[in-house]
Write a protein of this length. Structure first.
Length: 319
């Protein structure tokens, strides 16, 4: 009997990979999926050992399932957003969604073809049957739900405040003071979140310059708090130790290895986009998502690629 996995927490870390990325065209550009798979690495796509429920659901008949079976290829729509979707120097796709695409194709016993679409035309790609599924950090919104269906969510994205461990700040209320200096990365959405949760603090911005977090402002006593997404918390706490970094969520200091759903600030669900009204295809994808979550594969996959993203940023900063 499988144990429940940890709550999946992820988000597009605001770091640019230093590997060569393809430009994101308006419309779409194709590409193959990298066949380089280290089966030993955490979160690697599996080719067998799927749950009985996932196998049964995906062997059923539906318009999309039948089309995939007939053509022998899963058409996967993606958005260029490292570390979730990006092209390597040789033109192959890599990242969280490339792993997801390969694994779902393995479950169906077919090949996979990935096309990247501008976010403004992703729903149209589903509606026109150019894509069987969109895996691109697609937020569930009422507007999108009017024209496409969504799978069950496969991770939650949200924010955490970050402070120095030896600081007096234990809760968000502690940060909501005129004496607190909060700094966020220029151009990021943390400004609006800070204005919502700590409106009395001094809120300023500074360029990230390839960093995930403005840690040097905290370490040099130029700021008391900053903010970044919850998913890279383990990486950040392991990296920034002199002085030691700490995270604050909705329930105060986060003391667990990863932030829980109850910790993250303003969480939103991310799911796969699917054709409207194809219940059989949705059942297949939902059963696969449940399998990937319950076994921990999805959580491990997301964390693996976030770690790679952070490592690339650190190497770029050192150059």
């Amino acid at each position: 009997m499988r144990s429940s996995a940890k709550t999946l927490l992820a988000g597009a870390a605001a770091v640019s990979l230093t590997i060569l990325l393809s430009g994101c065209a308006i419309g779409s550009t194709g590409g193959s999926v990298s066949t380089e798979t280290d089966a030993a690495r955490k979160g690697a796509p599996i080719a067998e050992g799927f749950s009985d429920a996932a196998v049964a659901a995906c062997e059923a008949s539906s318009p999309t399932l039948d089309a995939i079976r007939d053509r022998g290829t899963l058409n996967w729509g993606i958005g260029v957003s490292p570390p979730f979707g990006f092209k390597t120097g040789d033109g192959t796709w890599a990242g969280v969604e490339a792993d997801n695409a390969r694994e779902l194709a393995n479950l169906r016993g077919v090949d996979v073809e990935i096309q990247d679409y501008d976010y403004g035309v992703m729903t149209a790609a589903i509606q026109s049957q150019k894509a069987d599924i969109i895996g691109a950090q697609l937020f569930i919104t009422p507007e999108r739900a009017e024209v496409i269906d969504f799978s069950d969510f496969y991770y939650l994205s949200g924010q955490l405040f970050y402070v120095l461990e030896d600081s007096p700040f234990q809760t968000i209320d502690d940060l909501n003071s005129p004496d607190v200096r909060f700094v966020y990365g220029t151009g990021n959405a943390q400004k609006e979140i800070a204005e919502k949760y700590i409106p009395n603090a001094q809120i300023t911005d500074a360029p990230l310059r390839g960093q995930l977090l403005l840690y040097e402002f905290l370490a040099s006593d130029q700021a008391d708090a900053s903010m970044v997404e919850a998913a890279p918390m383990p990486v950040l706490l392991a990296k920034y130790t002199n002085p030691q970094l700490a995270a604050i969520g909705l329930n105060g200091r986060v003391t667990t290895p990863t932030a829980s759903e109850d910790d993250i600030i303003d969480p939103f669900e991310v799911a796969f986009g699917l054709p409207k009204g194809d219940a059989g295809w949705k059942s297949c994808v939902d059963a696969w998502v449940a399998d990937a979550r319950e076994t921990g594969r999805m959580d491990e996959r997301i964390q693996y690629w976030l770690d790679q993203d952070q490592r690339q940023a650190e190497e770029a900063e050192a150059e």
